[in-house]
Write a protein that binds this ligand. Structure first.
Ligand code: CA
Length: 221
């Protein structure tokens, strides 16, 4: 489980990090809105602990931005702003929980655990879209009831597309997620993989479920 702490006060950040690490959570620390955006674009987190008064902006604006672009991991606000109004505002913008400072670590930990428990129950193990069924635990794929045999890369690529149905994914985004590094030189490799995947996903009309968005990337509408 990975937790991102967005906090400009180093004492608070260290205190929270130390406690979470002692409880076997992996943590990252971002000191400001800019850093938080960078860190989030580089990796996935199961929970974000968000301070509001940050040197380069307001945590609420950051949260609003995340929710507007479909980022739905749980966010727990940890802030000195402790009026009822502040809490309601934070929750309305899309926070999952709100803990005012000063706080005790035991309470923070209990709330972190409850958020993570809730999301792990919601985490799906099967993705389904237009006849494709992707069993993430069993690593089994079928299309209209017929089993497909995919390589690990093809499986990951299909999973990425299915988690983002209706959204256009650029080649760079696909490269970063599936190949991680050195993707710049490999964009035609992505095209090759897409072509292979498409072949397996043709319906009776010869139409594929994966669409090319010219000059941009691919999407699965
Ligand atoms: Ca602060």
């Amino acid at each position: 489980m990975r937790i991102l702490i967005v906090e400009d006060d180093p004492r608070v950040a260290r205190f929270v990090e130390k406690g979470l690490q002692e409880n076997a959570y992996a943590t990252s620390w971002a000191r400001c809105c800019g850093e938080a955006k960078d860190v989030l674009s580089e990796g996935e987190y199961d929970l974000i602990i968000l301070d509001l008064g940050l040197p380069d902006g307001d945590g609420l604006d950051l949260l609003r931005e995340w929710r507007a672009c479909g980022f739905n991991e749980p966010v727990l606000i940890l802030s000195a702003r402790d009026s009822l109004d502040d809490r309601v505002k934070g929750l309305n913008i899309g926070a999952d929980d709100y803990l005012p400072k000063p706080f005790g670590f035991a309470e923070l930990l209990a709330r972190v655990r409850s958020q993570l428990r809730r999301t792990s129950q919601q985490k799906v193990s099967v993705l389904e879209h237009k006849g494709i069924r992707l069993d993430l635990l069993g690593r089994v794929v079928s299309y209209n009831g017929k089993g497909l045999s995919l390589t690990n890369r093809e499986f990951s690529l299909l999973e990425l597309l299915m988690r983002n149905t209706g959204r256009v994914l650029t080649r760079t985004q696909i490269g970063e997620r599936i190949w991680e590094a050195n993707f710049e030189m490999q964009t035609n490799l992505i095209d090759v993989y897409i072509r292979k995947l498409r072949k397996q996903l043709e319906n009776g009309d010869g139409e594929s479920l994966i669409k090319t968005v010219r000059g941009v990337g691919y999407s699965m509408p």
